[in-house]
Design a protein around this ligand. Structure first.
Ligand code: PLP
Length: 412
């Protein structure tokens, strides 16, 4: 075989995009199929959700703003827009204490790719949550990086900071630099959300381990859908301005999730540190890797996001529309959880977001068996993931009974 050693076992398993495409086909043949596979927001009629402000802004971009080459570094306005999206009114204070910069990427996936490429050496280990978007394992494999998991929540359904600290103590024995991936809020696949004090606890990890270096890789892809007041989550992100000098924070931003621009492939990686040299290195290495991997991100995506965030008339419309989307998701999650309670179907701790999880013994078997019930969803190693973002309220209400019935047959 000519293929190199690291590429030998590169084969997508349980590929969400492929399973979602199968579900779309099944639904085309039979409209009663419930497609709860992919993480794309759909309206109550099952049509991909388009933000009005996106549609409006799209019409106003010139041909150059849409299709010219961008550059690998990103424009000053795009960077301003991304930093403002994530940190809002806290940005100016952050800049007083820290250095912060951003780089456009093809989606949050591109941002994760850069973080795994430039902040771990091959053979090092990254700490991932035990319930996770399993694509993280592919990024690790692709970069020749190992992974270990920390327990996301404890028996009281609270962020398991002790579990994370134990894992760090173990990893400290073999590795000075420790990268911890946190997917918050609206964690994929559970919908679990950390509390404000959990962010303080994260910072304390670095303070309590002064002989180690920490990279907090914050995947905040779903942050817009946590609270209709965006400052609630931004104030937590802003806590990273108190990072000690042995830590760096990277934020993964996704235009797919924030603005429904899934196929456009736009996102960003944000770097934040007390040390200017770290942020210069972040920008140089990120731009270099971008150029080497995909040249530049989508110009159309860059200019759309810039318009949507930096121009008040679009931003105000967006903020209103996000409120509508949050309430639509809440109606679906309420409907699902209410029915789940009625039929005695167990779920993992859900607070907000696109997904909800049902734990089971053999998720893959369940996922396949549910096709007989005309239900398509995704499995992880421990659960079934139901994409609330892709089903309507009525389907959300009907699903628990269908899953419970099948679970009773499979796990009897
Ligand atoms: N992070 C999480 C947790 C996700 O679920 C996804 C997509 O499903 C992404 C990042 C990346 O999405 P994209 O590359 O489309 O921005």
């Amino acid at each position: 075989m000519f293929i190199n050693k690291n590429a030998e076992n590169k084969k997508l398993k349980n590929n969400i995009l492929a399973l979602a495409a199968e579900a779309v086909k099944a639904k085309k043949l039979d409209n009663s199929v419930i497609n709860a596979t992919s993480g794309m927001l759909k309206n109550e009629k099952g049509i991909l959700y388009e933000f009005d402000c996106v549609a409006k802004a799209l019409k106003e971009l010139s041909v150059t703003e849409k299709f010219a080459y961008s550059n690998s570094e990103g424009t000053p306005n795009f960077i301003k827009a991304v930093l403002f999206s994530i940190f809002g009114k806290y940005l100016e204070d952050i800049k007083k204490d820290c250095f912060v910069d951003a780089i456009p990427t093809p989606g949050g996936s591109g941002a994760l790719n850069l973080a795994f490429t430039n902040y771990l050496n091959p053979g090092e280990t990254v700490l991932l949550p035990n319930h996770m978007w399993e694509n993280y394992l592919n990024f690790a494999k692709d970069m020749g990086v190992n992974s270990d998991t920390y327990r996301l929540f404890n028996d009281e359904d609270l962020f398991d900071i002790d579990g994370l600290n134990n894992k760090i103590d173990e990893l400290k024995m073999s590795q000075k630099r420790i990268m911890i991936l946190i997917n918050d809020p609206c964690e994929n696949p559970t919908g679990f959300c950390m509390k404000e004090k959990d962010y303080d606890a994260l910072l304390n990890i670095a303070k309590n381990n002064p002989n180690n270096d920490f990279v907090f890789l914050m995947d905040v892809a779903y942050f817009d859908f946590y609270n209709v007041n965006p400052d609630v989550i931004r104030s937590r992100f802003a806590k990273f301005r108190y990072l000690p000098s042995n830590a760096l924070a990277l934020f993964v931003y996704s235009g797919s999730k924030s603005f429904g621009l899934y196929g456009l492939r736009i996102g960003a990686l944000v770097g934040l540190s007390k040390d200017e040299k770290e942020i210069v290195a972040f920008k140089d290495a990120s731009a270099f890797s971008s150029r080497a991997k995909w040249s530049c991100a989508s110009t159309l995506g860059i200019n759309l996001i810039e318009k949507m965030v930096l121009h008040d008339e679009y931003r105000f419309d967006y903020e209103e529309e996000v409120k509508f989307v949050c309430s639509m998701l809440e109606k679906r999650s309420d409907a699902f959880l209410e029915s789940a309670k009625k039929v005695g179907l167990k779920t993992l701790p859900y607070e907000k977001g696109f997904f909800i999880c049902v734990p089971c013994k053999d998720p893959e078997k369940m996922m396949n068996a549910l096709h007989e019930d005309k239900v398509h969803l995704i499995c992880t190693h421990s659960c079934l993931r139901i994409a609330l973002c892709g089903i309507n309220k009525d389907e959300a209400s009907r699903l628990p009974a269908i899953i419970k019935k099948r679970l009773d047959i499979i796990e009897k």
